[in-house]
Structures are given as structure tokens and as C-alpha cells.
Design a protein around this ligand. Structure first.
Ligand code: ADP
Ligand code: MG
Length: 560
């Protein structure tokens, strides 16, 4: 029986299988190794997972969801149209898609997997990951910590014992872990990170700068133009170099814009500098001098950014290890572990610290922008628990008589996107704004219990709220219901067998052709993907017929 290895990422997922020649990464139904972790439902309640779903993020945002891994282990519901899903269910849809791709690729059923999870995942989040797999019909042989998977892919467990620093810079998060390999066990020591820092932030900054230069706001241009602008900037980010001139359509305006590395560095340096803090914090927490680190390993798509590599190189006075593709290194490690599991030789992998898996905060007026409430994190994700932190908040208006402390869990700067856990209201003596104050204390323990304690500074009045959020494991009946709901969803024609075969065939032809012929096949593919993305059945049918006809002709060499 085959056990596959899976990297279930926030932005992208990937899987692989262990063969006698080592790791073989498995292409999805579109022939690609990376499957974006995005789920969308079209108006017929047909399901799209991966690139097709990702393309719908901006213009079908009410039916499409990404980055739900951040919600793992909570019971937060996301609506796609009228159907509600929690993060476990959404993850199970991605896993189901990967499982089906693996089965098509291997030509045999796949019913078990090793799945990687962030080192800072709590028991609760690990449990949710196992449940997602179960809903997708996969038995979890092992969960493996992402930094450990990366270390295994680099073969660090086969070298000497040592200390390794893993820098994982993905689409929305930056995670730093210190790993020690000792006595056959990989231990994840201190970890730190920035949960608002990832590749998507660079694209946001690029888009914002282009719009600002043209005196435009996001709202001022049509959604499709905005979506294209994002895609163009994403593409440009990946090809940073001496300069690329892009033609941008911004509503009624069409502009030529030159993307250069200098421009990128100018506008993105603040983001790059933010990546330094968690690296320094990890080393400081672990009381480890840079000289004791045996290897620095780069993981995650955003470590491809040359300015990031240069910064890391300067910090450590040497080049980090990055010879394995940073997009797939975690999937490779999970796959190697899957191979070891099958031979009963799996590597032991433990996390030494118990950490708070998400940020807990409140809402406050952020002077001087007093007209809008913003998120104020109190306990930051990744803090070692138990932990207790107090913050003083002042009244925001004249003669205010009540202070309401709202409690949120989540990583978004926008409070409405975080999960509301409860509120404590206390009376304060009236007076000028900014004089009266409350002390807000958050205490979080290893059992996942949050205690919020609010004290009015002038009167000593005190109120408490205890929030227990361990959404228990699903009962068998609940599991059955979830399974029935998910099984009812059909994959979209985008992902249909026939389309997949045509794409695979065209890609093979592309690989084996050169020059004009190759260019022509490339255009055919683009045109076909375009038809698939438009999702109009008659167009897809036409496109299929045309594509098939062209491929037949090309393959029979009656062409050119
Ligand atoms: P996650 O672990 O969050 O699923 P990944 O490791 O797959 O994420 O990284 C995704 C991010 O990597 C995206 O923001 C993407 O833009 C970025 N990325 C991928 N390739 C490149 C590249 N060549 N240059 C810069 N950034 C890249
Ligand atoms: Mg990742």
C-alpha cells in the first residue's frame, strides 16, 4: 500500500511518492507540481480546487476562499455562496484533490499519507489536520513538522548531529525555527515568526505604489483590471532583474511601467527588514551565537527573492543552503518520511516548546486615526505558554462612561476578519478623553484556555471572562454528516478527466518541440486554459474539439 507525503501549505500544497529512485513529486491534473490551496464553488455548486479556484479570488470573492489554514482548529465558518465550511472541511477538499491526482498518477488507490504541519501548530490544530485527512479518505500515518521535513529533504539527518536554522518564507507567513538533530531525534527548539509577512505583501506594496504613482485608488479601477494588475505584479516579482516594461490597463488609463530591481528594493525594504526581527529573536531566545549554527536553510517560495537572500547572507556572513527547490522542499521531506514509515524507520520529530498557536488581541482606536477601530494584538502567535500580558487602554472620547473590551483571535489587521470571542464591559468615571484607563490582562495556558481580566485603574473595579476554545473532536455522526456534505460536491469541468488529458498531451508536445512549433503549442495551451477559466460549457466543448484537432494534426507531423 502506498503512503504519499503531503505539504498542505497556506498558499500552495504539493505531494509526492517515495520510489526506488527517491522522491517523485506528483503533478496535479493540470500537470503542475504546486496546487494553490484555494477552494471555490461555482453557481452550480461545482467545486474548483487549485489554480482554477485561485483565478476566481478577486472576481468571485464571495464564492472563493484562500489562506484558510490560518483558521485550522477553530470553528469559524466561511461561506462559499450559501454553503458554509470550516477550515477542516476546506482543507479536506484540497487533500481530496491531491489524493485523486496521486491516484491518477500512480494508477492505484492511495489511502494513507504523511502530512506536514507548522511547528507551532497546537494539538488542536494537529487534530483538525488529521480530521481533514480522514474526511478526504486518507489515513494519517504521521504528521511531520514543516521545518523538520525541510531538514530531512536536505539530508541533515544523515550528516552529523547539529543545529540548523530553517527560514520558511511563504505566501503569507514567515516562520523561523531552530532545529537540533541529536541522538536520532529532530527537535524543534525556539520558533518565531511574523504572521503578517509573506510574498503576497510584496505584491500588495507593488500594486499600491503603481496606483499611487498614477493617482488612482483600488476602488477607482474595475475589478478585472485590478486582478490583472495583481497578476502582472506577481509575475514581475518572480522575474526581478535589470528591468521589464509592462503595459498596464488601469480603467480608462493605459500606462507603460518599468519594473526594476531598484524600484522593488526601494518600496519593499521595510518588508525585508521586518524579516530580520524574528531571526534575531530566535537566536536570542535560544542564546545561540551565529557561529554555532551548522546550516541555514531556505524554504518557501519567497526565499527566491534575491534581496532576501542577500540580506540573510549578510546576517550570517555566508550563503544559506538553497539548492533544493524552496517551493517543494517540505513536500519532499514529507515524502521521504512517508518512505521511512513504509520501512518502519520513520524519524522521530518533536517540538520542545508549547506555544500559543494564534494571536489574541482586542480592538482599539489607533491614534491619530481615531475614526476607525483597529486590531491590537496582545498575545502574539508563537509565544511560549503559559503567558500573561497586560496592556493599558485609555478612553477614546469625552465623558465616556463605559469601556468595552472586545476579545479577538486572529492574524488580520482588520478586526472584522478575526474571530470574535467575547466582550467585557466596565463602567469608568466620566471625564476628558484619554484620562481614565483600564488594564487589560490576557493569560493563556497550555490547555488553550484564555482568561481576560479587565481592571479600571482609578476605581479598581475588576471583571473577568474565561474563554475555552477547544472545539472538541467531531462525533461519528458529525463526521458522517460532514463527509456526506463534501461527497456531494463535484469537481468542476475545469478539472475534468478529458481536459486534463488534453493539457497533459499538449504539454508533452510542448516539451518535445522547439521554436515555432513550441510557441504555437504554448498559445494553444493558453487559449485552452482561458476557455476553461471562463467556465462556459459550450466554450469548453468548442475549445476541446479545436485543441484535439490541432494536437492530432501536430502529432501526425502534417504541420509545418
Ligand atoms: P506557503 O508555504 O504559504 O504555502 P509557498 O512556500 O508556496 O507558500 O510560497 C508562496 C509564495 O512564494 C507566493 O507569495 C509567491 O509569490 C512566492 N514566490 C514563488 N516563486 C517566487 C519567485 N520566483 N520570486 C519571488 N517570490 C516567489
Ligand atoms: Mg509552506
Amino acid at each position: 500500500m502506498t503512503t504519499i507525503g503531503i505539504d498542505l501549505g497556506t498558499t500552495n500544497s504539493a505531494c509526492g511518492v517515495w520510489t526506488k529512485d527517491g522522491v517523485k513529486l506528483i503533478p496535479n491534473r493540470l500537470g503542475e507540481i504546486l496546487t494553490p490551496s484555494v477552494v471555490s464553488l461555482d453557481t452550480n455548486n461545482e467545486l474548483l480546487v487549485g489554480r482554477g479556484a485561485r483565478q476566481r479570488l478577486i472576481n468571485h470573492s464571495d464564492r472563493t476562499v484562500a489562506t484558510f489554514k490560518r483558521l485550522m482548529g477553530t470553528d469559524h465558518t466561511v461561506f462559499l455562496g450559501r454553503m458554509g465550511f470550516n477550515a477542516t472541511e476546506l482543507s479536506s477538499l484540497v487533500l481530496r484533490s491531491l489524493k485523486e491526482d496521486a491516484e491518477a498518477f500512480l494508477g492505484e488507490p492511495v489511502s494513507s499519507a504523511v502530512i506536514s504541519v507548522p511547528a507551532y501548530f497546537s494539538d488542536n490544530q494537529r487534530q483538525a489536520t488529521r480530521q481533514a485527512a480522514e474526511l478526504a479518505g486518507l489515513k494519517v500515518e504521521r504528521l511531520i513538522n514543516e521545518p523538520t521535513a525541510a531538514a530531512i529533504a536536505y539530508g541533515l539527518h544523515e550528516k552529523q548531529e547539529g543545529m540548523f536554522l530553517i527560514l520558511d518564507f511563504g505566501g503569507g507567513t514567515f516562520d523561523v525555527s531552530l532545529l537540533e538533530y541529536f541522538d536520532g531525534v529532530m527537535e524543534v527548539h525556539a520558533s518565531a515568526g511574523d504572521n503578517h509577512l509573506g510574498g503576497e505583501d510584496f505584491v500588495d506594496v507593488m500594486v499600491a505604489d503603481v496606483l499611487a504613482r498614477n493617482g488612482l485608488s483600488q476602488e477607482a479601477i474595475p475589478p478585472l483590471d485590478l486582478q490583472n494588475l495583481y497578476l502582472q505584479m506577481e509575475g514581475a516579482k518572480r522575474k526581478l532583474g535589470p528591468g521589464q516594461t509592462l503595459t498596464l490597463t488601469l480603467g480608462k488609463k493605459t500606462v507603460e511601467f518599468e519594473v526594476t530591481q531598484d524600484w522593488f528594493i526601494e518600496i519593499c525594504t521595510p518588508l525585508l527588514l521586518r524579516a530580520k526581527a524574528p531571526i534575531e529573536r530566535t537566536l536570542r531566545d535560544a542564546k545561540i551565537p551565529v557561529s554555532s549554527i551548522d546550516d541555514v536553510i531556505l524554504v518557501g517560495g519567497s526565499t527566491r527573492l534575491a534581496p532576501f537572500r542577500a540580506m540573510v547572507g549578510r546576517m550570517f556572513g555566508r550563503l544559506p543552503s538553497c539548492h533544493i527547490d524552496p517551493d517543494t522542499v517540505v513536500a519532499m521531506g514529507a515524502t521521504i518520511q512517508a518512505g521511512l514509515v513504509m520501512r518502519d524507520e520513520a524519524l522521530d520529530d518533536i517540538v520542545l516548546t508549547d506555544v500559543c498557536p494564534f494571536t489574541l488581541g482586542t480592538a482599539a482606536f489607533n491614534e491619530p486615526y481615531v475614526d476607525e477601530l483597529s486590531y491590537l494584538p496582545i498575545i502574539e502567535r508563537n509565544c511560549v505558554v503559559p503567558i500573561s500580558i497586560v496592556r493599558r487602554l485609555y478612553t477614546a472620547s469625552h465623558n465616556q462612561s463605559v469601556v468595552g473590551v472586545k476579545v479577538y483571535q486572529g492574524e488580520s489587521p482588520n478586526i472584522n476578519k478575526n474571530i470574535f470571542l467575547g466582550e467585557i464591559k466596565v463602567r469608568v468615571p466620566k471625564g476628558p478623553k484619554g484620562v481614565e484607563a483600564v488594564d487589560v490582562r490576557y493569560s493563556y495556558d497550555a490547555n488553550g484556555i484564555l482568561e481576560v481580566d479587565v481592571t479600571v485603574v482609578s476605581t479598581g473595579v475588576n471583571k473577568q471572562l474565561v474563554i475555552e476554545r477547544a472545539p472538541g473532536a467531531l462525533s461519528d455522526a458529525e463526521k458522517e454528516a460532514a463527509r456526506a456534505k463534501l461527497a456531494g460536491l463535484k469537481f468542476h469541468p475545469r478539472d475534468g478527466e478529458e481536459n486534463r488529458m488534453l493539457v497533459a498531451r499538449a504539454e508533452r508536445l510542448y516539451e518535445s518541440s522547439l521554436d515555432h512549433r513550441r510557441e504555437f503549442v504554448g498559445k494553444l495551451l493558453d487559449r485552452f486554459h482561458y476557455a476553461l477559466d471562463r467556465q462556459l460549457p459550450h466554450e469548453i466543448e468548442e475549445a476541446q474539439a479545436y485543441m484535439k484537432d490541432m494536437l492530432d494534426q501536430l502529432e501526425s507531423e502534417h504541420w509545418f
